[in-house]
Ligand binder design. Sequence first.
Ligand code: SF4
Length: 451
Amino acid sequence: MATQRTVAFHTLGCKLNYAESSSIGKLFLRAGYAEVPFHESSDLYVINTCSVTDQADRKCRKAVRMALRLNPGARIIVVGCYAQLKPAEIASIPGVSAVLGAAEKFDILRYIDPPGIDPLHVRTHSLPIGQLTEFVPGHSIEGRTRSFLKIQDGCNYKCTYCTIPLARGRSRSGSLEMLVETVRSLARSGVREIVLTGVNIGDYRDPESPARFLQLVRAFDKTEEPCRFRISSIEPNLCSDALIDFVFSSQKFMPHFHMPLQSGDDTVLARMQRRYPSALYADRVARIRSEDPYACIGADVIVGFPGEEDAHFQNSYEFIRDLELSYLHVFSYSERTNTPAADMACSIPPSVRRERSQMLRILSGKMKRSFYEKQAGSLHEVLFESAGADGLLEGWTRNYLRVAAPLNPEATNCLVRVKLDVLRPDCVYASLPAPERNDGLFESSCTRVLV
Ligand code: SF4
């Protein structure tokens, strides 16, 4: 009897990549492969790369070395953003069998062992990015509670530091009808939280109707299956009043906004070609806060962009400090080939980038602590996901506080109302409220009484 061929995946980068690895994995399963963990010997390894940081090359080489250690005869296929951007560079890594671009990765089976090809000859296949027009759907599932659903891909913006439009092409979206059906089937399979994922999801456009992002989220809101939603990240200029009002009127959409800011200084924002001034960002935050002072608002910030002088950084720091955000994701600027910013004058020394990054990380820690502390003693509905190392069950509140509580594992995948008690370094320790206060606090989506 022929043994079943095996495939293993290693995914780098964002949740969109994870959703796409999952789609590629399904192609292999349908073709009769068995998926094994990446740390096991496999016939085939697929490495799905990212190009956002300058570590892509190092991480990709490391993954290739690891795969070869596990099985020196394995076929190694590299896909993803880095593969689209630098196919020749990847093809030169010893051990790589094939490099597939943004379109070809979804047709991966065609490129494995085609007849008449010398297996030692590294093959690279990638369409020019301008020819990429197809939207390939996908979703990944974490544990059994949460799914990352790809609703959109690519980007039409031209932020001067960004390679994503070069790696993923122009903006395109899945059809509203297909996405609603996927949401319903995920919820029916037991998923309780769906995170809407893409490159620029606020730019969603249904290819079959005039519907945009607001109509899509309204359609998700109307689904009857028990499931809640999170908007992964939305550009501030696309975070409209109507969208904010919708989120606060919905029971299913969580009061959690992640809006990339990148800089709080208008000169730097203009050099980055971002589509908003800092005042618009502040206005969006104020609008959200006026609806709910405890909504979670997170931001991405890049430090050390070319020409970011001390005064610009100071402006940016003070702007962010005064905003009342809940957390920051801080990135040190890194030069990316073929982007306008890489050719800009006034590069910032790496030591200054590191120093500024450290300052903002400290500020982010303070913001996060204050966000948690302000809510100490309050009751929150938590969707519990899995047990941590200490045996406590961990989950997330509606407004994205990470909570650990002494609950029976049966509470996994259920909504439970808890009281926030002690702040720990990365989460809040919570207890169950007194039974008389817990009446009716279990949501209908929870199938059992848990205490
Ligand atoms: S909005 Fe700007 S930073 Fe974001 S993917 Fe598009 S070009 Fe890149």
